[in-house]
Design a protein around this ligand. Structure first.
Ligand code: SF4
Ligand code: SF4
Length: 252
């Protein structure tokens, strides 16, 4: 495996231009959706889904009689412990040499098991072909030493791509800088390997609680309890078999 690569999305410098959404769709040939204003400020994509692999959220807030916009470009978190990958029965979802999580469209059979397994609601099936789609962190580009399309297009470097360890150190420094400037609410999300998904390969600097951005506060990999559940199911099966055998033997 080569060095782990990732995204650091610093929402404090996002200007909501949506160049990331457009670049992602263009490079990855993601179909257009019927876009419409949704009554949520300038958001016209609503959420991540099979046809939106980056989603720029616009949150309007009133703080001390002033209005502010929080803008944030969301994406697949490329989890260290990825529920989507754990449940995929065909091997369509796989972990790359960059420690990212990618779907191979030609192997996906459209079973949809991965959809409820994602604690972030990222991966989604496309209505027309039924297969699952999501961000690949531009696997084809990074294999050629290029940056993902979104990070290349972002004019403010809100989306940063690089070795995950370097990005984590840069993000720590950025939070310290914002705190020193009086932005006490600046915090990192998905940054810690101690969190419920073992740390995200795509993490964020937020200026408010994760829920404000539509992100779960404490995401946990949905397959964490599977080994214990299988063990209990196995023990129960053994107990039932033993009971049946004992009843037959008792009749003789
Ligand atoms: S965010 Fe969801 S789709 Fe992306 S790697 Fe994690 S579990 Fe899979
Ligand atoms: S390209 Fe950069 S600044 Fe523009 S919306 Fe996306 S993250 Fe924000």
């Amino acid at each position: 495996m080569t060095e782990r690569m990732g995204f650091f999305t610093d929402t404090s410098v996002c200007i909501g231009c949506k160049a990331c959404e457009v670049a992602c769709k263009t490079w990855n040939d993601v179909p257009a959706d019927d876009l419409d204003l949704l009554g949520m400020s300038y958001d016209n994509t609503g959420s991540l889904n099979a046809n939106n692999w980056r989603h720029v959220a616009f949150i309007e807030q009133t703080v001390e009689d002033n209005t502010r916009w929080l803008m944030s470009s969301d994406v697949c978190k490329h989890c260290t412990e990825a529920g989507c990958l754990d449940v995929c029965p065909t091997g369509s979802l796989f972990r790359t040499e960059f420690d990212t999580v990618v779907v191979q469209a030609d192997i996906c059979n459209g079973c949809g098991y991965c959809v409820p397994a994602c604690p972030f609601g990222v991966i989604d099936r496309r209505e027309d072909d039924g297969r699952a789609w999501k961000c690949t962190m531009c696997y084809d580009r990074i294999g050629d030493g290029l940056m993902p399309a979104c990070a290349t297009a972002c004019p403010t470097e809100s989306i940063q791509y690089g070795p995950l360890d370097e990005l984590r150190a840069r993000a720590d420094e950025r939070v310290r800088e914002l705190h020193a400037r009086g932005q006490a609410d600046a915090r990192l999300y998905g940054h810690s390997p101690e969190d419920g998904v073992g740390g995200a390969g795509a993490f964020f600097l937020l200026l408010d609680e994760p829920e404000v951005y539509g992100l779960p506060s404490n995401p946990v990999v949905t397959t964490r309890d599977l080994p214990a559940m299988w063990k209990r199911a196995g023990l129960a099966a053994v107990a039932v078999a033993a009971g049946v055998a004992a009843s037959f033997l008792g009749r003789r």
